[in-house]
Design a protein around this ligand. Structure first.
Ligand SMILES: [Zn+2]
Length: 242
């Protein structure tokens, strides 16, 4: 499903408790080589078939996969996708980028559970910029990593910027299409909410693309940025006050 000129949704096809409709996986760019955001979980055949169909109908490759964080519904499917891209000739050398910190328990677990991904995995961190070349005549996109710990220590959001277009943010599980997200570190989570609010104001970010939503309608997937983050901050303050 096309959400904007340069952003497509590939549903993760993994609905369930805690996942709402499943993982919303995004593909960015209108050129030949595109960037995927998040990888869903392992062995979801319908999701993998959707990626294959997407690359065929769009006549594109996916060479880079950016991971918002190490929870299995965002990360564990990365190797399946890498294999699919190589086996179908969509990409010869796909790369997976994630904020890797081997001190983190999640990363140690993830690497032990999925050692096969290691040769495709590269570290990325706050401030790193990925450039996406669009179709001829269109300006390129940049995706910038924004460190947002709290939901989990290794969480990144990705800021989308393109000259002449609205700024957008892929919020992963930091901000989802529900009242609140689950968090492992509450003070960090609150600091990251403030960080995203300040960035939203500073850069006039219009929309958030969330990783989980109640439905797969555009209104549930693409939220009004400032209204959403302010609502979350206000509801946290109210709960803390009680
Ligand atoms: Zn998560």
């Amino acid at each position: 499903m096309q959400l904007s000129k340069q952003v497509w949704l590939i549903p993760g096809e993994n609905p369930g408790q805690g996942y709402l409709c499943g993982t919303n996986v995004y593909v960015v760019g209108s050129g030949k080589s595109r960037v995927m955001i998040d990888a869903c979980t392992k062995n979801v055949l319908k999701f993998l078939a959707n990626i294959k169909e997407f690359c065929q109908t769009q006549q594109c490759t996916i060479d880079r996969i950016l991971i918002t964080h190490g929870h299995h519904d965002h990360y564990a499917g990365a190797f399946d996708i890498v294999e699919l891209l190589i086996q179908n000739g969509f990409s010869t050398n796909p790369s997976v980028f994630k904020f890797v910190d081997e001190k983190l328990e999640t990363d140690r677990n993830r690497l032990m559970e999925h050692p096969e991904i290691e040769s495709y995995l590269f570290n990325t961190r706050d401030g790193d910029v990925f450039t996406v070349i669009n179709a001829p005549g269109e300006t390129p996109i940049t995706l910038t990593c924004v460190e947002t710990p709290g939901h989990i220590d290794d969480h990144l959001c990705f800021l989308l910027q393109q000259e002449g277009e609205d700024n957008m943010l892929f919020t992963g599980d930091h901000i989802i299409g529900a009242d609140s997200s689950y968090f492992t570190n509450y003070p960090e989570y609150l600091r990251s909410l403030d960080k995203v609010r300040d960035l939203t104001i500073k850069l006039d970010i219009k929309k958030y693309f969330v990783a989980h939503s109640y439905t797969l309608t555009k209104d549930d997937i693409m939220l009004d940025g400032l209204a959403k983050v302010e609502e979350l901050i206000a509801s946290r303050k109210e709960k803390d006050y009680r």
